[in-house]
Design a protein around this ligand. Structure first.
Ligand code: ADP
Ligand code: MG
Length: 251
């Protein structure tokens, strides 16, 4: 997945928000990327563009060299179903389906054979440590367990990339850390790339890449290989913004 100089301007009535101001980024196979940054800096906008849930105002997003803007709705649906897995801030599980059925659902909608879908759902629930909870409804699970089901569901169709936007929702800090750590382990086993928005410093420390968003721009924070503690900061973009196009933000 390759992002080239993405800009996104949100229009809300008369208010114009320049949410992304020229973001370039390559997400590589199997890589675990953490995105940090203050509220309103454009993190969700970025993830939505990577996930093809939204279109850029300018710039290009390429997946396997193909421009997303040139794909029709059918191609985009297939792309999202097979190549991208989403983990949202709150789990979004279907309340009347069991944990097992929630994980199995994306497999059945992508026409996987029932037996194969069952095996895959069981395998994933086992990996996220919920084998014993497979027959429970979301309501009967803790917040952390619900998010683990959501991770298993996101991985069901063996996506190449998992996008997780503050997946720790309203979990307490420790449970939140455990959930993201589990996502890290499982995605690694499945060779899926992950882009996760999280504020957890321990996860950030383990990330292959650590990015910081500020005011619609992205900066890579490079781990010092020797100490692992000090960080050097290097800007990714070289293109300065055009002064006339910088629009003020309402908040
Ligand atoms: P973050 O996830 O880092 O908090 P967002 O990507 O949600 O940031 O938002 C970046 C900026 O874009 C904010 O100023 C926000 O208010 C604005 N924004 C996001 N989505 C919309 C939208 N759909 N319509 C108008 N403005 C939006
Ligand atoms: Mg957000």
């Amino acid at each position: 997945m390759q992002l080239e100089n993405l800009e996104k301007i949100h229009q809300l009535g008369k208010t114009t928000v320049h949410a992304l101001r020229g973001v370039s980024l390559t997400v590589r196979e199997g890589e675990f990327t953490v995105v940090m940054g203050p509220s309103g800096s454009g993190k969700t906008t970025l993830l939505n563009l990577i996930g093809t849930l939204d279109k850029p105002t300018s710039g290009r997003a390429l997946i396997d060299g193909e421009d997303i803007a040139k794909m029709n709705d059918g191609q985009l649906t297939r792309l999202r179903r097979h190549k991208i897995g989403f983990v949202f801030q709150f789990h979004n599980l279907i309340p009347v389906l069991t944990a097992f059925e929630n994980v199995q659902l994306p497999l059945l909608t992508s026409r996987t054979k029932r037996r194969e879908a069952e095996d895959r759902a069981n395998e994933l629930l086992d990996r996220v440590g919920l084998k014993e909870r497979a027959r429970h409804l979301p309501d009967e699970l803790s917040g952390g367990e619900q998010q683990r089901v959501a991770i298993a569901r996101a991985l069901a169709n063996r996506p190449r990339i998992i996008l997780a936007d503050e997946p720790t929702g309203d979990l307490d800090t420790q449970t939140g850390s455990e959930v993201v750590r589990m996502m890290y382990e499982v995605a690694r086993q499945e060779h899926a790339a992950v882009v996760v928005v999280t504020h957890d410093p321990i996860i950030a420390e383990r990330a292959d890449r650590l990015l910081e968003m500020r005011d619609g721009r992205i900066t890579e924070i490079v781990h010092e290989p020797l100490t692992g503690e000090k960080h050097a900061i290097r800007a990714i973009e070289s293109v300065p913004p055009e002064p006339g196009r910088s629009l003020s933000q309402p908040n």
